[in-house]
Design a protein around this ligand. Sequence first.
Ligand code: 0K2
Ligand code: SF4
Length: 348
Amino acid sequence: MQADEGRRILLAAPRGYCAGVDRAVDAVEKALEHYGAPVYVRKEIVHNKYVVETLSKRGAIFVSETDEVPVGARVVFSAHGVSPQVHAEAAARQLDTIDATCPLVTKVHKEAVRFAKDDYDILLIGHEGHEEVEGTQGEAPDHIQVVNSPDEVDSVEVRDPDKVVWVSQTTLSVDETMETVQRLRQRFPNLMDPPSDDICYATQNRQGAVKKLAPLSDVVIVVGSANSSNSVRLVEVALESGAGAAYRVDKADEVDPAWVKDAKTVGLTSGASVPEILVRDVIARLGELGIGIVEEVRTATEDIMFSLPKNLRADLKAAGVQPDRPHRPRKPRSAGAKVRRTGQRPQR
Ligand code: 0K2
Ligand code: SF4
């Protein structure tokens, strides 16, 4: 189809890989290169189908629990973190662990440990059953209770209403979390805040960019997998921020032409676990559907990068391999697309 000059894609920036995902995926890739296949990975390294399929083809074996890993084998823990119990189980099987937990998740674990030591009731705002929540809760199960949503606040029970603190999952909706906190504070006026934001910079920045482009968009498309909490939140944020409609796709061929048939402006973004190639494929697909102009809407810049897990880094160094990773710049461009940048405001 001929591109219609009046129709455009508003491409969110930041989008896609965050520093924690980049590090976790790189850890599996480097482990495969350095030690050779197979490398076991407990749970999905990040919640993205394409990433998991690609690493599987290269020799990663994804398992649900450590007891599926042969005794003495090498296992990578996912970016979402694990509880001390999982570490203990791995040690009991003499597994060689590479812990790819994002340092920003580890920060929340440490907060939980500290508040539990001081005997606080800890209200963990997050989604029950999500791996990150299981990992954090496992740090102090006797002190932590999970609060899934603002509606659950009324049923929270604590030992001492003056000794309560909240912490959260890193990938939640900022606005919904603030609503939960507000309602908690109505019940517990002396509720303590965590020392710094638990919802991480990447989650906040991706939601910020969507908030800016959604009111300008007839449709917003979010690239990300169904089990990716932060990707699903982007769809909700788009709808709450005024997008005419919003859809999540894993990949380009899931874009239904009917969604964009009458759209003049299509917002496009991706979750923190999504490789840029999947976004580029969607841009190409929208180009085929007559939407050829790509205009970047940037609300923050990011230059955070995390070092590889310590033991992997040490092994690479000992073998004379340079463990430092080059920064991976993102090029928001598809063949033939015109890119215009608007609203650039450096933040972090
Ligand atoms: O958004 P989720 O927590 O479900 O996880 P992913 O989609 O894998 O994104 C990366 C975040 C991992 C840890 O915070
Ligand atoms: Fe870390 Fe945030 Fe990325 Fe999660 S979303 S891996 S907490 S940077």
